[in-house]
Unconditional design. Structure first.
Length: 370
């Protein structure tokens, strides 16, 4: 077969037609009690998603498949529209370690495979770094190996040629030391089919921790700003200037006001509140995946921008917070043609992410062709 040209492919926007969504099922290999803590949320997401398309579930082995099948039957969810793939993982973050799907000029599906190093070497990643290649093999689609470290949570496109990304993660020395912004831009243009990039500064984990909250990703774009259509961006915001996150959000807003789309126009900007007074975790994943108790709660990076668009539905993380309904109302108005559903995401927010972080959409496209 002739060598494929990656520039003939593009990454579709999340609101474009999808075949389904990939999940990585939580397991006890991470640490004791991890699966039990998270499984109810995964069952809830599976029930919602399987009504809109296929749900692809990565599991470590056949034994775990039998357990999950039992759970799906027991809770009345069923096994229709579900595909199991035996693909061992270190953790559950499908967005970051999973494939970035791209579609060719004739509708062919392929994968852009970034290197994954556990968010700058903070966590185990030996199995996670193999996920994309294993999915490509199972689907019989080509994979473009990209020689930089990147995570899907820091890649946001509008489907018309514009990418939004945070410097603090991808240009961090713990990912791509010595690589310039210009080099990164050329790689994105080659493998994502984009022509225009909106850069936000973001903040690295050390600076974030110094201000009183936790974010091991060095700021991913999907926790602070998202496209809701080709011309509109929602961004995390608070009017409380005493909130330490205000400094990050103000800088983001200043940069977004200067941003230009591929059309040459400025995007429409819509503020989305963050959970009032923050969302706190009383535990934190420590070295080796153990849970270490602290004498004080740790503020997480919980946000409402971490929603997932799945065909005619938008799944929005909620936290039992007074701002949940405000965020849902804003997103329902922006996604007027879609059903906006709440997913209680407190259990996963404690571990540093929400719905978008643990899912990866697969667009419509030809599979089994390679």
């Amino acid at each position: 077969m002739n060598k494929l040209e990656p520039r003939r492919f593009r990454m579709p926007a999340e609101w474009e037609k999808q075949k389904g969504v990939w999940l990585q099922w939580p397991h006890e290999n991470k640490n004791h009690g991890y699966q039990r803590k998270l499984e109810a949320m995964w069952l809830e997401m599976t029930e919602m998603l399987k009504q809109r398309g296929l749900v692809y579930i990565c599991i470590p082995d056949v034994k775990r498949r039998r357990h999950i099948e039992h759970q799906l039957r027991f809770y009345g969810i069923g096994l229709d529209n579900i595909e199991f793939h035996i693909i061992p993982t270190d953790d559950v973050w499908s967005r970051d370690n999973g494939p970035t799907f791209v579609v060719g000029e004739k509708g062919e599906l392929a994968i852009a495979n970034w290197q994954f190093n556990g968010w700058g070497g903070r966590y185990e990643y030996g199995l996670d770094n193999l996920v994309s290649a294993r999915i490509a093999k199972n689907l019989k689609i080509p994979i473009f190996e990209v020689d930089i470290v990147a995570e899907g949570g820091n890649i946001e496109v509008n489907g018309r040629g514009t990418l939004m990304v945070a410097r603090s993660a991808i240009l961090n020395n713990n990912r791509n030391p010595g690589v310039t912004q210009e080099q990164i831009e050329e790689i994105f243009k080659t493998y994502l089919g984009i022509s225009n990039i909106i850069w936000l500064s973001g903040m690295n984990a050390e600076d974030v921790e110094g201000l009183g909250w936790s974010d091991d990703t060095d700021t991913h774009i999907d926790t602070v700003a998202r496209f809701v259509n080709p011309d509109t961006i929602v961004y995390s915001w608070t009017n409380d200037k005493s909130d330490p996150m205000y400094l990050l959000f103000r800088k983001n807003l200043e940069e977004l006001k200067e941003a230009v789309l591929e059309s040459g126009k400025h995007p429409e900007l819509v503020p989305l509140p963050i959970p009032k007074d923050g969302y706190y975790s009383t535990s934190q994943t420590g070295e080796g995946g153990s849970i270490t108790k602290f004498s004080r709660a740790v503020r997480t990076d919980a946000s409402y921008t971490n929603f997932l668009i799945s065909n005619d539905t938008v799944l929005v993380p909620v936290y039992g917070n007074v701002n949940d309904d405000r965020a849902i109302k804003i997103l329902a108005e922006l996604f007027s043609g879609k059903e906006v559903l709440k997913v209680n995401s407190g259990t996963i927010a404690e571990n540093g992410g929400e719905i978008h972080c643990v899912t990866q959409q697969q667009p419509e496209g030809k599979i089994g062709w390679y």
